[in-house]
Design a protein around this ligand. Structure first.
Ligand code: GLN
Length: 540
């Protein structure tokens, strides 16, 4: 058990949002972990939603589901992938949750007699959540990323809480990393520091100052620019770090390591730690940059212009590509455009694998069904995730089993052949928040299948986020026509994985394998899917 007091590292952002604070937090976590220190990372989200589960992907990107079923920010995906620990609902706190907890206590009478205020009641609740991360004591450091940008009205209570934590725990135990942007002005060919200076001034207004400034930049940062930032923002030049654009997010910890970020955070916080060992990540990045093969995978979905909506899928392909010595190029396919077999031929004719993405509602589903048909008939490797399993089952029911009206009751309420239907337990559910089938469930894998070949074990645990399921009433007819139900939930008796025989690789899962893929430990289904795509591309 760590002997020193818990160290608190806060990662804040200035200038604009979307600077990669999540990856920065995960990278600092990785570097501390590589020194033998134990760390966890939490995300403090200033929005009022209780969780991102009810938000549109355009608003929020992917919803990352944890084993415990909580629907969280996609940054938790980065945390899990970089520091390789399973997180829980405590790792993500939103303003909505904080207010919900405070108001619940108020109604219970816990604050009888008091006026409830942002300071101290809201800030106390935020503090409690940060401290709770290390109870019982198991981490040397707790990293907390604050969403949004310094200067936003809604992030003020979080920044005020950090000020209080620094007062309570002592400066020697609190470290503030500030991520900013250095814009490049073409006309004068200069990297400008003023926005960074202003965002640090904003921080100072609240009573905080950064210990480390990580500057996002598309160009190398000259020494003179670093010195300027150092002077105006009161940090040593060595604490002004260049966070340049890189090919792969997994390079970020390596770039930070070159600039001694792990060392200076550890030193300032008085954390000893061992010599950092980053060789595995270096080897991973090296293999990523120098692959022997290249395959093209079609991603069929609705939000194809918004890659953040499928963040974990894209990461899973990076992991699986490295394990297959292959670069995976993504071809985005808007499933609404797949209106005929001919269109499928046109758009999918040159790909080595087809992935049908998760989704909600019926828009674009006919195209997803046709993409499955194309993959089945043309023997192109196929991976279906969640809705991508459901559309594959509908396709098989319609075109192989002859159930012409097969569909999901999600698309047609009064379907005559509902091969996909709501689970009984879902039928009475009215509320939208946190009511899907969420989180980790056990699945028993049938031996002798491609699925088993991928997992090499009988019992697996995978993460879910859906309301609809394969209708058990149709299991017999699907099996009679050759579909293999290769994964079954033994407790609920539900179909979790299907596959097709007489096909190079056609597998679909009701759960989301992408959520459990990690660096140097690609998800078995993604790994074998990419392997099949490599074989397919070699045979063309
Ligand atoms: N809309 C489908 C369901 O709720 C699939 C969900 C998903 O793809 N995550 O069952």
């Amino acid at each position: 058990m760590p002997k020193k007091p818990t160290k608190y590292i806060f990662v804040l952002g200035g200038v604009i949002s979307g600077l990669g604070k999540g990856i920065t937090s995960a990278s600092i976590g990785y570097l501390l972990k590589s020194r033998g220190l134990s760390v966890t990372i939490m995300k403090l989200d200033p929005y009022l939603n209780v969780d991102p589960g009810t938000m549109n992907p355009y608003q929020h990107g992917e919803v990352f589901v944890l084993d415990d079923g909580s629907e969280t920010d996609l940054d938790l995906g980065h945390y899990e992938r970089f520091i390789d620990v399973d997180m829980s609902k405590n790792n993500n706190a939103t303003t909505g949750q904080v207010y919900e907890a405070v108001l619940e206590k108020e109604r219970l009478g816990d604050y009888l007699g008091q006026t409830i205020q942002v300071i101290p009641h809201i800030t106390d609740e935020i503090k409690r959540r940060v401290y709770e991360m290390n109870r019982p004591r198991r981490f040397d450091a707790v990293i907390s990323e604050v969403g949004g940008t310094v200067g936003d009205i809604e992030s003020l209570p979080f920044l005020e809480t950090i000020r209080q934590i620094r007062l309570e725990k002592g400066r020697e135990n609190v470290f503030i990393a500030h991520v900013t942007l250095l814009p490049f002005v073409e006309a004068s060919e200069e990297l400008k520091t003023k926005p960074t200076q202003h965002s640090v001034m904003k921080l100072r207004e609240i009573g905080l100052e950064p210990d480390l400034i990580l500057c996002r930049s598309s160009f190398p940062i000259p020494k003179s620019v670093k010195e300027k930032i150092s002077l105006f923002c009161s940090v040593p030049t060595s604490h002004v770090v260049e966070a340049r654009d890189v090919k792969s997010i997994y390079e970020v910890p390596l770039v930070f390591h070159e600039q001694k970020v792990g060392q200076l955070v550890a030193q300032q916080l008085g954390l000893d730690g061992a010599n950092p060992n980053i060789t595995k990540l270096e080897a991973f990045v090296d293999r990523f940059k120098n692959p022997g093969h290249e395959v093209t995978i079609a991603l069929c979905g609705k939000y194809t212009e918004l890659p953040d909506a499928y963040k974990s899928v894209l990461e899973a392909f990076i992991h699986a590509g490295v394990e297959n010595d292959a670069r995976v190029s993504i071809k985005w396919i808007n499933s609404e455009e797949l209106v005929s077999d001919k269109e499928c031929e046109k758009q999918l004719g040159d790909v080595d694998g087809i992935l049908v993405l998760p989704g909600f509602g019926d828009r674009g589903t006919e195209g997803k069904i046709l993409a499955g048909k194309y993959a089945r008939e043309k023997k192109v490797p196929y991976l279906g995730i969640c809705l991508g399993l459901q559309t594959a089952v509908i396709e098989f029911a319609r075109h192989v089993c002859g159930l012409k009206k097969a569909t999901s009751t999600e698309f047609k309420k009064r379907a005559s052949e509902p091969v996909i239907d709501l689970m009984d337990g879902q039928k009475k559910v009215k509320r939208k928040g946190a009511t899907m089938r969420l989180g980790a469930y056990t699945c028993e894998v049938k031996s002798g299948t491609k699925t088993y070949k991928a997992y090499r074990k009988k019992m697996v645990s995978e993460r879910h986020r859906h309301r609809y399921e394969v209708n058990n009433k149709f299991r017999k007819v699907l099996e009679k026509h050759g579909m293999i139900l290769s994964g079954i939930n033994p407790d609920l008796n539900l179909v979790e994985i299907i596959e097709l025989p007489d096909h190079p690789w056609f597998v679909a899962s009701q759960f989301h394998p992408e959520l459990k893929s990690r660096v140097n430990r690609a998800h078995p289904l993604f790994r074998d899917f990419v392997k099949a795509a490599v074989t397919h591309s070699n045979s063309q």
